[in-house]
Each structure stands twice: as C-alpha cells, then as structure tokens.
Design a protein around this ligand. Structure first.
Ligand SMILES: Nc1ncnc2c1ncn2[C@@H]1O[C@H](COP(=O)(O)OP(=O)(O)OP(=O)(O)O)[C@@H](O)[C@H]1O
Ligand SMILES: [Mg+2]
Length: 241
C-alpha cells in the first residue's frame, strides 16, 4: 500500500532550481534513504513535504489526503513530520517539556507527558528527562529532536541527518531504533551523509542532485549506477563512510 505519493514536485528560490520535477511513491513500512551532495535539495524536499515550504508545482499525497497548501501542524496531525537538521530546543526548558509540547498536537497535557516519557525512553534519554535541554550534549540534543518528532505520533517520519556527529556506538543505536520503528509500522525517509549507515538500513535509496532525482533503487543498484558514481559517490565515497 502506497502511503506517500509525490508527483512532479518543483521549487525555485530566485535563480536556483532547488527541486525539479521530483516524482516517487513510498509503500508503507519502507525505510527510504535520501542522499546527494551538499545543497542538492534534501532539506528543501523534506520541508516541502511537511508544509514548511510551498512548492511551485506538484502534488503530495499522504494516504488519500492532498497536502500542498497545508500548514505543518495539519500535516503533522495527518501523520507526517520531520526532524530539523539544525536542532533548536528551548534551552531553558526541561527535556521532558521540549518533547511534551510536540505531543500536545494529539493529546491533553497529562497524556502528552506520558507519551513524551515513552518517546524519551525509546531514544534512550529517560534518565535526563528533567535536565534543562541547554545542558545536553550535541548527540543528546539530536535524540531529543527525534523524541519530539516521535511524540507527534507519525506514520511517516522524515529524519534529516540525525546521525551527524555521533560516534559509531551511538550511530548503531539510532540505526537499531530506526529499524524498530519500522517494525512498529512506521515509514521512514532518512537523509544521511554516512554512506555505510544508509546502505545498511535502507530498503531503497533515492539520489538527489541539483534538485533532480538522479536514481531510485536498492543500495546495490545505486552504488553501482555510473550516473550516481559520477555525481556523488566516486572517490569521495570513502570520505563519506
Ligand atoms: N529559503 C531558501 N532561500 C533561498 N535558497 C535556499 C533556501 N533554502 C535552501 N536554499 C538553497 O537551496 C539549495 C538546496 O538546499 P538544501 O538545504 O535543501 O540542501 P541539502 O541537500 O539539504 O544540503 P546539506 O547536505 O548541506 O544539508 C541550496 O543551494 C541552498 O542554498
Ligand atoms: Mg540539508
């Protein structure tokens, strides 16, 4: 069953074509990687999907619902949300309150608090729930961002470089978490520069270059695609692992 269906999505910023006629569909329960060089349009793509950026043309459907023109909180209420590449938490609020506010989209305060604790447990941060968010390390903040997204109760979760700056052990934990979320029925789109991680966890990989979808296939297919190698992987592949 297709859960996300994107047709002909385009977005221009002044003279820059940030997204160019992007078309693809995702079946429920897939883990899809989205890779491409810096500035390829990955974050713009995610922002457009969740209603933070309005596309110039194209359609986005989540199940039967058409999303273009909808505000981000409506898109989140329908079940799709994204993490932010530049994590911005309320530094003077507790970790719990930072996560709880996301849960208010669906729940009253009491239930949102319970849900926030469950989500913090899920990302391994239950023990720091009452710390101020500003006191956390960078990798911990990325996990709070993930817990915050989870607390909106998504069906489709878009993760924008949640593994940046993590050590190998922390990365493995996040990879295990992504898999367990999928086992719970979530569909995940994952932007990541760590090539080995993306090749390991994703059922399928999309390659974006200058806003255009360059390839769409399994890790094996994409890694062996001459067009992808020339545009992105090439000699720099080792540098990205
Ligand atoms: N609001 C904006 N206004 C103008 N240009 C923008 C805006 N947002 C992004 N861009 C430009 O659009 C292009 C795509 O940016 P985007 O952030 O989507 O790339 P990315 O693939 O996420 O890159 P990275 O891997 O560095 O995170 C870049 O050239 C960027 O400078
Ligand atoms: Mg980005």
């Amino acid at each position: 069953m297709t859960i996300l269906n994107v047709r002909g999505l385009s977005k221009r910023f002044g003279g820059l074509q940030a997204l160019s006629d992007v078309t693809f569909a995702v079946p429920q329960g897939q883990i899809v990687g989205l890779i491409g060089p810096n500035g390829a349009g990955k974050t713009t793509f995610f922002s457009t999907l969740v209603g933070l950026i309005r596309p110039d043309s194209g359609t986005i459907k989540l199940g039967d619902a058409s999303l273009v023109g909808m505000k981000p909180h409506k898109v989140a209420a329908l079940g799709m949300t994204k993490t932010f590449q530049n994590v911005a938490l309320f530094a003077e609020s507790s970790v719990l309150d930072n996560v709880l506010t996301a849960g208010l989209l669906r729940h009253d305060v009491t239930t949102a608090r319970e849900q926030a604790l469950i989500c913090l447990d899920r990302v391994g941060l239950r023990s720091v729930a009452h710390k101020l968010a500003g006191e956390l390390s960078f990798p911990e903040r990325a996990r709070v961002e993930l817990a915050r997204a989870l607390c909106t109760g998504p069906k489709v979760l878009l993760l924008d470089e949640v593994m940046a700056a993590l050590n190998p052990v922390e990365m493995q934990e996040i990879m295990d978490l992504i898999r367990s979320l999928r086992d719970d029925g979530l569909t995940l789109l994952v932007v990541e520069h760590h090539m080995r991680a993306i090749m390991t966890i994703c059922d399928r990989i999309l390659v974006l270059n200058f806003g255009k979808l360059l390839a769409d296939g399994t890790a094996q297919q994409v890694a062996n695609d001459p067009v992808v190698i020339e545009a992105y992987l090439g000699r720099s592949m080792e540098a990205h692992t």
